[in-house]
Design a protein around this ligand. Structure first.
Ligand code: NAD
Ligand code: UDP
Length: 320
């Protein structure tokens, strides 16, 4: 049974037409809240929200958060920003503006409304990490002028703004550092590794391994991530983050490719392509802070998570 809150909130979700945003909206509606989704549909789609058409507590507004927004809400979730390297490098200036101007606009709104604000930050703030696994105490190793910098430095600057608004204006902030997340409603063609490998495997195409495939990532299933978001937002006011949210299970890209080939029953062969510039070599979250502060840890392993995701891709791949 969905849990109904004693007091219904009016909640703003920026980036709500995207992968994570649309799952978050489902959860917030289930909990009985009213949701205002703000999205410019750069990478998100109305299809992700089709099932909410006509829902009495759901509203969609097409708007770019680089511009001020005047609405009345009780809580803000700031997720708007392209997340895949292919998308965020498509228009790097717009990416940096979304991170920085978007954060300023949403923090200004939170300050006026005196309401809590969640920031979807990222493991990319650690760059190509010299510390493994990455804990929140690590300050990162980020190239300020590379092709990933619009996103990495944009998100770092957004964190700075969040903490300055907290210190200077006492805005209640909740900063999550999100590690690679996957699941249904991921973009089918965003070039991210999970989507790319699944699409290639389903079509029987070569699986494109960048570099020698020894680089690692840790993959969290979307339902676990949304549970982490909600626990962070509902935590004590003193819990500001930054707090790592991710699944510590670490896989090399070769391991991931083999797993996906096996789970799809594909005959695809692996093929090796040049490694993109500044590609982080290893990534794995230290989630001890989330465990001790939020009582949170992922419940869904890659076997189950990939099965759900492959089902989604199978039913959506035609036409792509
Ligand atoms: P997504 O691309 O599916 O969703 C982002 C949404 O933001 C899209 O609907 C897009 O149209 C919208 N958007 C982009 N720029 C906007 C702007 N200027 N104004 C209004 N809307 C705008 O990506 P996602 O995977 O759902 O990521 C959501 C958030 O989580 C992002 O902030 C991302 O940086 C962060 N994050 C995601 C991951 C992940 O693995 N998916 C990892 C780390 C951080
Ligand atoms: N990658 C790959 N083949 C692909 C796409 C990605 O080997 O077709 C690698 C990429 O070089 C990186 C990892 O997979 O090392 C994760 O890439 P992704 O773009 O999903 O996200 P990142 O974690 O780098 O932001």
């Amino acid at each position: 049974m969905p849990r109904l809150y004693a007091s219904r909130k009016r909640v703003l979700v920026t980036g709500g037409a995207g992968f994570l945003g649309s799952h978050l909206i489902d959860r917030l509606l289930e909990e009985g809240h009213e949701v205002l989704c703000v999205d410019n549909l750069f990478t998100g789609t109305k299809e992700n929200l089709d099932h909410l058409h006509g829902h009495a507590r759901f509203e969609f507004m097409r708007h770019d958060i680089c511009f001020p927004l005047y609405v009345e809400v009780d809580e803000i979730w700031n997720l708007a920003c392209p997340a895949s390297p292919v998308h965020y490098q498509h228009d790097p200036v717009q990416t940096a503006k979304t991170c920085v101007h978007g954060a300023i606009n949403m923090l200004g709104l939170a300050k006026r409304l005196r309401c809590p604000i969640f920031q979807a930050s990222t493991s990319e703030v650690y760059g190509d990490p010299a510390m493994h696994p990455q804990s929140e105490a690590y300050w990162g190793n980020v190239n300020p002028i590379g092709i990933r910098s619009c996103y990495d430095e944009g998100k770092r600057c957004a964190e700075t703004l969040f903490f300055d608004y907290w210190r200077q204006h006492e805005v209640e902030i909740k900063v999550a550092r999100i590690f690679n997340t996957y699941g249904p409603r991921m973009h089918l063609n965003d070039g991210r590794v999970v989507s790319a490998f699944i699409m290639q495997a389903l079509r029987g195409d070569e699986i494109t391994i960048f570099g020698d495939g020894s680089q690692t990532r840790s993959f969290c299933y979307v339902d676990d991530m949304i549970e982490g978001f909600v626990r962070l937002m509902n935590s004590e006011k003193s819990v500001t983050g930054p707090i790592n949210l991710g699944n510590p299970g670490e896989y090399s890209m070769i391991q991931l490719a083999e797993l996906i080939v096996q789970k799809t029953g594909s005959r695809s062969q692996l093929s090796f392509k040049p490694l993109p510039f500044d590609d982080p070599k290893r990534r794995k979250p230290d989630i001890s802070l989330a465990q001790s502060t939020l009582g949170w840890q992922p419940q869904i392993g890659v076997d189950e998570g990939l099965a759900q995701t492959i089902d989604y891709f199978r039913s959506h791949q035609s036409g792509h």
